[in-house]
Design a protein around this ligand. Structure first.
Ligand code: PLP
Length: 426
């Protein structure tokens, strides 16, 4: 059992209390909600999680990218408490509230889109993706959507239809939504070919892409590909939708990852870190597209919940005051430096990918993707107090979604545990 500066392990991982609760879970929670790491959280603070057995671990999973401002950020906690004490719900389209409007104003100013920008808020990433397609279809009056191999856009019907990975997400769950066409990522020629072999360009409402693919292992496309998407959309009247659910809110060293590529999308989808894990997502986009659906065609009882919106305002305050994008760059440099050193020692580290603090290593053995290696490294790290998350079409990547408020000392401590885990397994 290890105790370093921040990590403090008092039992084996999982400890007895976690095991007891997880035993109860097996009896009452639906089986598909399987647990990745068998510890039960009691508290989160900044970049750490303390479990119900009193163990404190450093968290590189960041609630799968929701916690760029850290667990229980004091500003978020205060904003949520204050809002919850005033009112928790009306339904914005029945009785509106100011913080919804003010968040739209703040995000419109940040959006990487020139001209009039409008916003609409939802609950989850998948729900915002579904609505982005509604905006695009209403605007273009066309049915088809193009998405990419390796893309992940969520688990509701249309979002799942756009999602590429069969296992574990799609297998056995069809039929899927029609008029979704998939082409290879980062291959503009194949996209152009698809207009001849798969779907006519004039039938396509939207092209949906992640500026850096998340679930499939932090794949950064070439600038030519992203510029090509913009050109093709311009030439054919197609709406370009950037899914920034995982890449947004400073993760890559810019508020939006698309800023690295110097092009403007027509719609941007945000979720995850925008409200520090409270359920909030949004679509930002050109006014003409966002205004296209009919009255009340967009909405939902809970969408743009005022407590989640209060959290988002606190997140934006932290982004500004703590210069979170710059911090992401600095964290990213430190982590990349460590990863490069590890790669010099371990042939199994086949690739290091990402931008800013959105970084992953890919593990291969004899040239083949090796998911077991990634699992073994993540398990060894967890046993010593560092929570790592896997990714990749083959499950053979380990990705970093660490809270960007982590201190340098915590970061070094975590990287030392990760390095030890690699040495132990490889
Ligand atoms: N889009 C991307 C790029 C994501 O990473 C995710 C979730 O991981 C989603 C969409 C779906 O978001 P949610 O799980 O909130 O529905």
């Amino acid at each position: 059992m290890a105790t370093t500066k921040t990590i403090d392990l008092r039992t084996d991982i999982p400890g007895p209390r976690s095991r007891e609760i997880l035993g109860r879970k097996e009896r009452v929670i639906a089986a598909p909600l399987s647990v990745y790491r068998e510890i039960v959280v009691a508290e989160g603070r900044g970049a750490t999680i303390t479990d119900v057995d009193g163990n404190t671990l450093i968290d590189f999973t960041g609630g799968v990218g929701c916690l760029n401002v850290g667990h229980s950020n004091p500003r978020v906690v205060e904003a949520v408490q204050e809002q919850a004490a005033r009112f928790t719900h009306t339904d914005f389209t029945i009785i509106p509230y100011e913080n919804y409007v003010a968040l739209a104003e703040r995000l419109a100013a940040l959006a990487p889109i020139a001209g009039d920008v409008r916003a609409a808020f939802f609950n989850s990433g998948a729900e915002a993706i579904e609505n982005a397609i509604k905006f695009a279809r209403a605007h273009t009056r066309r049915p088809a959507v193009i998405a990419f191999e390796g893309g992940f856009h969520g688990r509701t019907l249309l979002a799942l239809s756009l999602t590429s990975k069969t296992h574990p997400y799609k297998a056995g769950l069809g039929p899927f939504a029609p008029e979704v066409y998939r082409v290879a990522f980062d291959d503009i020629e194949e996209l152009e070919r698809a207009f001849k072999t798969k779907v006519a360009a004039e039938e396509v409402a939207a092209i949906v892409f992640e500026p850096i693919q998340g679930e499939s292992g932090f794949i950064v496309p070439s600038p030519e590909f992203v510029e090509g998407l913009r050109r093709i959309c311009d030439e054919n009247g197609i709406v370009l939708v950037a899914d920034e659910v995982q890449t947004g809110v400073c993760r890559t060293g810019r508020f939006f990852a698309i800023e690295h590529f110097g092009i403007e999308p027509d719609l941007v989808v945000i979720a995850k870190s925008i409200a520090a894990g409270l359920p909030l997502s949004g679509v930002l986009g050109r006014a003409a597209i966002m205004d296209a659906p009919g009255d009340s065609a967009i909405g939902g009882t809970y969408v743009g919940n005022p407590v989640a919106i209060a959290a988002a305002h606190a997140v934006l305050d932290v982004v500004e005051e703590e210069r979170l994008s710059e911090r992401a760059e600095a964290i990213g440099e430190r982590i990349r430096g460590a990863m490069e050193r590890w790669r010099d020692r371990h042939d199994e580290i086949a690739d290091i990918r990402g931008l800013g603090a959105m970084l992953a290593i890919e593990l291969r053995r004899n040239g083949e993707p090796d998911a077991d290696l990634a699992t073994a490294v993540a398990d060894a790290a967890a046993a010593n107090g560092l929570l790592l998350l896997k990714a990749g079409m083959h499950g053979n990547c380990i990705r970093v979604l660490v809270p960007l408020v982590i201190s340098d000392a915590e970061l070094d401590e975590a990287l030392a545990v990760w390095e030890e885990a690699l040495d132990e397994v490889l």
